[in-house]
Design a protein around this ligand. Structure first.
Ligand SMILES: Nc1ncnc2c1ncn2[C@@H]1O[C@H](COP(=O)(O)OP(=O)(O)OP(=O)(O)O)[C@@H](O)[C@H]1O
Length: 385
C-alpha cells in the first residue's frame, strides 16, 4: 500500500482520478462515468471508504469490482486503507444508465443497421450442419480480438447453440433495465440463446420468435463500439437468414463448406439466398480440407476436394460479383479439442496449420477498412415496366 511520505491525507481529486481508472467489467467503461460511485469518504488518517452502486442486485461481478476499486484507491499517495461498500442502483438510476449507454438513441434500434455504423457485420452461413461453421466463427472472432479489434459474436444458431462452450463463456448475462450486458471471453463479447434457456433444453421456436430473439440480440445487447460483429447462423436457408437480411441489410455473408460435393451444393444454395436478399457474399471458407496423416504427413482428402472452389464459382455465377475462396482449413484434432475446452485453436496452437489458415482469413476480414462500403443506402430501385 502506498503511503504519502509527508503523511498527509489523500485528496478527493486523486481518489476520483483513481476511481476513473476502474472499468465496470461488463460495460467496459469507467465506473465514474456510469454513475456507479455513490460516495467517497476520506478520513484524516488516510483511510478511504468508497460506496459503489452495482447495476443489479446479486451482480456476478461484485467481487471483481470490489477488488479493482480497492487496488486503484490503494495506489493513491496518502491512502492508508480502503473499504468498499456495495449498494444497488434504483430503477430510476438503471433507466438513466440504460439511456446513457444507448447514447440517446431510441430503444429497439439495431445500431449496426444505422447509417454511419462502421461495424462490419459478417453472417456466417452453411448449407449443412456440422461443417464447422461455429468453429470457424469463434476462431475468426478470437483471432481478430487477438489482433486488437473489438469483436462481438451473436450465436444465432438457435437450434445448435455451441458458441459459448467453444469460447469458454459461462453464466448468464446481466440485465440493466432492458439492456443485456454480453459476457466476454478471449476479448470477444458473446450472446447466445443458450444463455437464456434452462440447462441444455432444446429450443423449439417458430419463425416470429426467432426474429424477435435476433432483434433483441442486436438491439437490446450493449455491444459498445464494435469493429466486427459475427453472426453464427443456423445451417440452411431458414427464417433466421431472412431476419438477418431485414435487421442488418448491410451484413455480408461468409459461406462455410467442406470439400465434399454434396456439402458444396447445399452451401451454394444457402449462399444464393443472398441474391434474393440483396446481400453481399464476402467469400467462401473451405473447412475440413484434408487431414495431414499423423504418420507420414501426407494429406488425406477425407471429404474429397474442390468444394470451396465449386461453391465460390457457383456463387460468382449466381451473384454476378466475384466471390473468392478466403481460405482452406485442414482437419486438426486440436481444433476440435479447442472447441470442447473453450480455447480456440488460434490461441491454443497458434502455429498449427489450421490456426494459420484461420488467422489468415481473420486478417482478410478484420483488416478491411471500416467504412460505408457494402452498406444499404436505404434506396429501393424502381421496377421498370
Ligand atoms: N477443421 C476441423 N478439424 C477437426 N475438427 C473440426 C474441424 N472443424 C470442425 N470440427 C469439429 O466438427 C464438429 C462440428 O463443428 P461445428 O459445431 O463448428 O459445426 P457447425 O457447422 O457449426 O455445426 P451446426 O451448424 O450443426 O452447429 C465439432 O466437434 C468441431 O470441433
Amino acid at each position: 500500500m502506498a503511503t504519502d511520505i509527508h503523511g498527509s491525507a489523500p485528496t478527493a481529486d486523486a481518489v476520483r482520478a483513481a476511481l476513473a481508472t476502474v472499468n465496470d467489467p461488463e460495460i467496459h467503461k469507467p465506473i465514474t462515468d456510469l454513475g456507479m460511485v455513490k460516495s467517497v469518504d476520506i478520513a484524516d488518517d488516510g483511510t478511504v471508504k468508497v460506496a459503489v452502486y452495482l447495476t443489479v442486485s446479486g451482480c456476478p461481478m461484485r467481487e471483481t469490482i470490489t477488488t479493482n476499486v480497492t487496488t486503484a484507491v490503494e495506489g493513491v499517495p496518502g491512502v492508508t486503507g480502503v473499504t468498499v461498500e456495495l449498494d444497488v442502483m434504483s430503477d430510476e438510476q438503471r433507466k438513466e444508465l440504460a439511456g446513457n449507454l444507448r447514447g440517446g438513441t431510441a430503444e429497439r434500434e439495431v445500431p449496426f443497421a444505422q447509417p454511419g455504423s462502421l461495424t462490419r457485420v459478417y453472417a456466417v452461413a452453411s448449407g449443412k450442419g456440422g461443417v464447422g461453421k461455429s468453429s470457424v466463427t469463434v476462431n475468426l472472432a478470437a483471432a481478430m480480438a487477438a489482433d486488437g479489434l473489438k469483436v462481438g459474436v451473436v450465436d444465432a444458431d438457435i437450434y445448435g447453440h455451441s458458441v459459448p462452450r467453444m469460447l469458454g463463456v459461462e453464466g448468464r448475462p446481466t440485465q440493466v433495465e432492458n439492456m443485456i450486458m454480453p459476457p466476454s471471453s478471449h476479448g470477444v463479447k458473446v450472446i447466445s440463446i443458450g444463455m437464456f434457456t434452462p440447462g441444455n433444453a432444446p429450443v423449439v421456436w417458430r419463425g416470429p420468435m426467432l426474429h424477435r430473439a435476433l432483434q433483441q440480440f442486436l438491439a437490446d445487447v450493449y455491444w459498445g463500439d464494435l469493429d466486427v460483429l459475427l453472426l453464427d447462423l443456423p445451417p440452411g436457408t431458414g427464417d433466421i437468414a431472412i431476419s438477418v437480411a431485414q435487421l442488418v441489410p448491410n451484413a455480408e455473408i461468409l459461406v462455410v463448406t467442406t470439400p465434399q460435393q454434396a456439402a458444396a451444393e447445399v452451401a451454394e444454395r444457402a449462399g444464393s439466398i443472398a441474391v434474393q436478399t440483396h446481400q453481399k457474399i464476402v467469400g467462401v471458407v473451405e473447412n475440413m480440407s484434408g487431414m495431414p496423416c499423423p504418420h507420414c504427413d501426407e494429406i488425406v482428402d477425407v471429404f474429397g476436394s474442390g468444394g470451396g472452389e465449386r461453391v465460390a464459382e457457383g456463387l460468382t455465377r449466381t451473384t454476378g460479383a466475384t466471390v473468392p475462396v478466403l481460405g482452406q482449413i485442414p482437419i486438426d484434432v486440436r481444433l476440435r479439442e479447442g472447441g470442447d475446452d473453450g480455447r480456440p485453436v488460434v490461441l491454443s496452437h497458434p502455429d498449427s496449420a489450421a490456426a494459420l489458415a484461420l488467422k489468415a482469413i481473420a486478417g482478410k476480414l478484420g483488416g478491411r477498412a471500416r467504412g460505408l462500403a457494402g452498406m444499404s443506402l436505404g434506396i429501393t430501385p424502381r421496377n421498370k415496366f
